[in-house]
Design a protein around this ligand. Structure first.
Ligand SMILES: Cc1ncc(COP(=O)(O)O)c(C=O)c1O
Length: 402
């Protein structure tokens, strides 16, 4: 077929993407040439969805849950999720506070559509999930990135950047505690500070809590649980990670009923409803036997420990041990200097071609911010078992040592 002469709409020029998919394509091409690849670039999971969830979805299919369902999701799932998030967040929630979505990702764009007028400013993390910037700019907003700095034990919010950038035109704050890609987790004091900031500047907040349940010690805390915050926070919930259901496409928007109502109206216009029978699988996930999600976290913890231990043995690399998420964001500045690699792209290509280790770099999570001098890469361990982690990182170490 010849290329279409039809003009593409102007707004599409403002739509971003996940450039990490290009890394997957490169790794696959390298593998197709007969090389071994160690896939630390993948944000996906190689673990099976727990059997009780699979069974419940099958049952629903056989029971004829194959037609449309309510736009905001089936009532028992909305109720169960309101109970679950209500209990973990110390909030009084009911089904009116929950809209079921085809994944956590759609909550980002719908939150922006519901609460941001064109020309308004939105604070969002960089490095961060690239869809934030894409959706802000696509919908005509002004994207204001804020960063993270290395603290004692993990990354910390760069509060100076937040304070510097906020203005009377700033309407929204996107906040991803238990963060992709850094693994950053706010201390109670930092959360408090963010809450005071949001209240002072009258911001609506998207609390992206995609990794809430992927944690190895301690417990997760939410900005939405702090005094005065529930009324201005919309929580992005996902079934993807906790239940290893990334391809099932199911998540939810949880928050003030008035916003949830708008989001349900957007659902009517976008997809009518989320996949019907899949919601019965998710309901079993929330209310049934919990050994499946416990096993997922156990396996991921073994992988985290293997990765952190080995990365910290590589000369010129230092890596924190996050208590949650399945990402590591090691500092590679020293390694790049040792190997005489000037750019992230050179580093990534050299590591892939000389060791088979494939990963994303800081630049796959937004443009570098002014003054950002240290070099970081992201290692995801959700799609690679421990023996391959050991093999791949031993090769990376041997390569770094030369
Ligand atoms: C920070 C963050 N938010 C949201 C999502 C969306 O996930 P899903 O659409 O599978 O629920 C992801 C997925 O990787 C993520 O990393």
């Amino acid at each position: 077929m010849t290329a279409s002469a039809l003009p593409i709409a102007e707004r599409i020029g403002r739509l971003g993407t996940e450039t990490a998919f290009a890394v997957s394509a490169e790794a696959a091409a390298w593998q197709a040439q007969g090389h071994t690849v160690y896939p630390f670039h993948l944000g996906d999971m190689d673990l099976a969805t727990p059997e009780n969830i699979v069974e419940a979805a099958f049952r629903a299919l056989r029971d004829g849950k194959t037609g449309y369902c309510p736009n905001a999701g089936i009532m028992p799932l909305r109720e169960a999720l309101a109970d679950d998030v209500g209990a973990s967040h110390g909030l009084a929630l009911g089904p009116q506070n929950v809209a079921i979505e085809p994944g956590g990702k759609p909550v980002i764009g719908k939150f922006i559509l519901a609460l941001m007028d064109p020309g308004c400013e939105v604070l969002y993390p960089s490095p961060g999930y690239p869809i934030y910037e894409s959706q802000i700019e696509f919908h005509g907003g002004v994207a204001l990135p804020y960063g993270y700095v290395e603290g004692e034990k993990n990354f910390e919010l760069d509060f100076e950047a937040l304070e510097e950038k906020v203005s009377p035109r700033t309407r929204l704050l996107i906040f991803n505690d238990l963060q992709n890609p850094t693994g950053a987790e706010s201390s109670p004091a930092e959360l408090e500070r963010v809450a005071v900031f949001a209240l002072r500047h009258d911001l609506a907040v998207l609390c992206d809590e995609a990794y809430w349940d992927i944690r190895y010690s301690g417990r997760s805390h939410s900005l939405a649980s702090l005094p005065g915050m529930a009324a201005r926070c919309l929580i992005l919930y996902t079934f993807s990670k906790k239940f290893a259901m990334t391809g099932w496409r199911l998540g939810a928007a949880v928050g003030p009923a008035a916003i949830v109502e708008v989001i349900a109206k957007l659902n009517v216009n976008d997809e009518s409803c989320s996949n019907h029978f899949v919601q019965y699988g998710a309901l079993e996930g929330l209310t049934g036997d919990q050994s499946g999600p416990r096993e997922i976290v156990r396996v991921l913890k073994e992988r985290r420990d293997a990765c952190v231990g080995l990365l910290n043995q590589i000369p010129g690399v230092s890596c924190f041990t996050p208590a949650a998420t399945f990402y590591l964001f090691p500092n590679f500045t020293g390694l790049m200097e040792r190997k005489g690699l000037a750019t992230y792209d050179e580093l990534r290509r050299a590591a892939l071609e000389e060791t088979g280790v494939s990963f994303c770099t800081r630049l796959h999570f937004g443009r570098a911010l002014p003054g950002e001098e240290e070099r970081y890469v992201r290692f995801a361990y959700s799609g690679i078992p421990v023996p391959l982690i050991e093999e791949g990182l031993s090769k990376l170490k041997a390569w770094a040592e030369v």
